[in-house]
Design a protein around this ligand. Structure first.
Ligand code: GLN
Ligand code: ZN
Length: 764
């Protein structure tokens, strides 16, 4: 019999119950007991949904983040919160979210304010974890309360529990040594605590523990390889069986290492990894070891091709017998909970999809087919095949015109007519901007009135004409404010946009939208990625009317505002029936048309945001070049069809460019605006060393903070910028868009920014 198991279940709740409970608790509107009891309800409900699965994850539920949970389990609390007097859960939230000294958690007077733990992306997903903090002196001490409590709860509900923890090597690898010490030196202190935890679980009657080690799919130098051997040889004596779980990619050259770790089982990802890689692994695997293969995507929302999986897995089952387990590729944390919540999705599209609950149904079906033969589930398999067949041949998916356009892509499409040095004087002559021109990144505050008007419009309670009038009024307000501030290049403010990706997805052919397809991004924050399901085309212009209206209100240059193809792709659920690069090219062609329409409408400055370009980088550096190649080419196709005098801007809100600077330069945008204020302009070093040839707007203030930057501070930052970049190529702008701020913050901040630019001009 093939064991079927799950690696993790989404905890946010089908209706985002956990989000709302957390936020209400944080606001002081409900009690800690109410929050804890909701947590217990969700766990019970989620275990119930996993009935019939042989081994069910326990400990995957988290009030904020599973990595932060692990830090608490290991007693690795940052020094600054170690003396907290209150409830442990409150201390946990202090690390997760930070606390101001005036906070209202009842302990600010005695325990003071604390900075939040740093947050970063969990491998190549859009989930963010709280980074473990280390120093050379870090001590670990087991706190098994949370895990044991969840285990007891699971047992009382007759759940066949498989506790899940983050493995020791991955835990060290994804943390940060605050004092620059070598994290690996901590391994010897860390392992006894892991051993103690595993033995405690053994005492509770646990047979299997899932130890997550996704770090094993990355490039490992000999030190880290050695750490793996050391760690698992030392944990070998523990009285539980360990299933080392790898996911998000193939093991490749770590196969030998992984196959020979002295553990009872290994989980590998056959979806985001490759079947080939798994086949090779089997040849290396000692005959006693369990091999768990992830055959259902934990990262995407498409139905699995069950017959295809069976074709592959049946011979494996034959060969490995009981040693073969099957599972989703990774934790289901990265997919929405329940497709059955959807009421507005087109029925046909819905029949192609599977969320977490449906993926577990697929898993049960596969288990049954392996145990009893395919005949036992022939009806379900036939239904699965029919749905997939319909998708394969649907004209919602395939658009011959788009495919023809794609076949026509030639290198010139991504090539500007002239080089930057020829274009720049033409743009200068047209735009007549001063030195240190000022601009903003696109959005102005999304006020309560804007959101209200939009929700009324979407609910059908506000006619389009009235909605349009309301948005136009907002645009006019933004334009007048910007003129009063004396900004040089204006924006329309993005009032009409709910979200920088959804706004475009909704107008492009080839997209679908769920109502409840929420996925946790961090803490209580969720995102609802649009579903890119078919060939992408643009039935009509998407932004021209709004920008044209904005331009009609002013004689200053108005910057058209678009989201780039790479960002749209990286923030969507994407097709699994063609490479991401192809979907990206389709998006590129569609947005290119919009760029050309804007240009025809007399818009001379066009910004194409690529906020998520860096996010798409593969886990392995050896695969970066390939990604950057097609990502940059897609941007170039989008942007570079314009005339020399049209100025293309791009914007990226992050602060790591060192390793991708050549690709950024290759995009050939006339101006790039980036996030720099928090790095004190040091990030411009990368641009300086590379001799970045075009213009740069290094952000001069952090828009995430309500603090108003002073004029002097902005002048100082720009002087630092001018030490690195020639002044005639510098712009002055905030780090990112202003949609989350209030006008009362925006006006003084931009007043200081414009005044700073004027001071700088005078000093020239
Ligand atoms: N133009 C967008 C805005 O200003 C950019 C947002 C982003 O980069 N995340 O809101
Ligand atoms: Zn940004």
């Amino acid at each position: 019999m093939t064991t079927i198991h799950n690696l993790g279940f989404p905890r946010i709740g089908a209706q985002r119950e956990l989000k709302f409970a957390l936020e209400s608790y944080w606001k002081g509107e409900s009690s800690r007991e109410a929050l804890k009891s909701l947590g217990a309800d969700l766990r019970a409900r989620h275990w119930e949904s996993q009935k019939g699965i042989d081994l069910v994850p326990v400990g995957d539920f988290s009030f904020y983040d599973q990595v932060l949970d692990m830090s608490f389990t290991l007693g690795n609390l940052p020094e600054r919160v170690q003396h907290f007097h209150g409830d442990a859960l409150d201390n946990y939230f202090r690390v997760a979210r930070g606390r101001s000294a005036q906070g209202t958690d009842g302990h600010s007077h005695c325990c003071g304010g604390v900075a939040a733990g740093e947050m970063t992306k969990w491998f190549d997903t859009n989930y963010h974890y709280i980074v473990p903090e280390f120093t050379a002196d870090t001590q670990f001490q087991l706190d098994d309360t949370r895990l044991l409590a969840q285990l007891a709860e699971a047992k009382s509900q007759n759940v066949n529990a498989k506790p899940v923890i983050v493995g020791p090597v991955t835990y060290l690898a994804i943390g940060k040594a605050k004092d620059g010490s070598n994290k690996l030196d901590l391994l010897q202190k860390l392992l006894p605590v892991y051993a103690q935890l595993l033995n405690t679980l053994a005492e509770q009657g646990v047979e299997w523990v899932q130890v997550d080690e996704p770090w094993l799919v990355t490039e490992l130098d000999s030190e880290w390889q050695h750490a793996y051997n050391l760690a698992y040889h030392q944990l070998k004596a523990c009285r539980v069986k360990l299933l080392v779980a790898t996911y998000f990619g193939a093991l490749l050259d770590n196969k030998h290492l992984a196959a020979n770790l002295p553990v009872a089982g290994l989980h590998v990802d056959a979806v985001n990894g490759s079947r080939d890689d798994v086949q090779q692994l089997i040849g290396l695997l000692p005959g006693s070891k369990v091999l768990s293969v992830g055959v259902i995507s934990g990262r995407n929302i498409w139905k699995t091709d069950l017959s295809d999986v069976l074709d592959w897995v049946e011979p494996l089952a034959e060969r490995l017998g009981e040693r073969l387990w099957i599972a989703p590729s990774c934790s289901l944390l990265h997919v929405p909970v329940d497709l059955n919540s959807e009421q507005k999705l087109d029925a046909q599209v819905q029949s192609w999809l599977a969320f977490a609950i449906q993926k577990l149904d697929e898993l049960r079906l596969l288990g049954q087919a392996l145990a009893q033969g395919r005949e036992a589930v022939s009806v379900q398999l036939a239904a699965n095949s029919a749905a997939l067949q319909a998708r394969r041949t649907s004209d919602r998916v395939h658009n011959p015109e788009v495919q023809a356009a794609l076949a026509q892509i030639i290198a010139q499409l991504g090539q500007r007519q002239s080089s930057y040095s020829v274009r720049a004087p033409q743009q200068a002559a047209l735009l007549k901007l001063p030195l240190f021109p000022t601009t903003t990144i696109g959005s102005f505050p999304q006020t309560a009135e804007i959101r209200h008007a939009r929700s009324q419009f979407k609910a059908g309670r506000l006619a389009y004409a009235a909605y349009q009038a309301a948005m136009r009024a907002e645009i006019e307000r933004s334009v007048r404010e910007q003129e009063a501030l004396d900004l040089d290049v204006l924006v329309h403010g993005e009032a009409e946009r709910n979200d920088m990706v959804e706004y475009f997805g909704e107008q492009l052919q080839g997209y679908a939208f769920s109502q409840f397809g929420w996925v946790q991004s961090y803490g209580s924050r969720c995102v609802k990625p649009p579903i890119l399901l078919g060939d992408i085309s643009r039935p009509k212009a998407m932004t021209v009317e709004w920008i044209q209206y904005a331009q009609s209100l002013t004689s200053r240059p108005m910057k058209g505002m678009l989201t780039g193809p790479v960002t749209i792709l990286n923030w969507s659920f994407v097709r699994d029936d063609q490479p991401r690069s192809v979907s990206c090219q389709q998006l590129a062609l569609a947005i290119r048309q919009e760029v050309l329409d804007l240009e025809r409408a007399g818009v001379h400055v066009i910004q194409i945001d690529e906020a998520a370009l860096r996010e798409g980088l593969p886990l392995r550096k050896s695969q970066w070049a390939e990604y950057l190649n097609w990502a940059v080419e897609s941007f170039r196709i989008t942007a570079n069809g314009v005339q020399d005098r049209t100025q293309i801007h791009t914007h990226m809100c992050y602060s790591e460019f060192n390793d991708i600077i050549a690709s950024i330069a290759d995009m050939d945008a006339d101006v790039i605006t980036i996030e720099t204020s928090r790095s004190d302009m040091e990030l411009l070093d990368a641009f300086e060393h590379f001799q970045y040839p075009n213009e740069i707007g290094p952000g001069v203030y952090d828009i995430h903070s309500p603090n108003i930057p002073s004029q002097e501070h902005i002048v100082q930052l720009m002087q630092k910028a001018a030490e690195r970049i020639p002044v005639d190529r510098l712009w002055v702008n905030p780090d990112c868009g202003l949609k989350t701020r209030q006008w009362a913050e925006v006006v003084p901040a931009l007043t200081h920014m414009v005044a700073a630019a004027k001071t700088l001009r005078q000093s020239m």
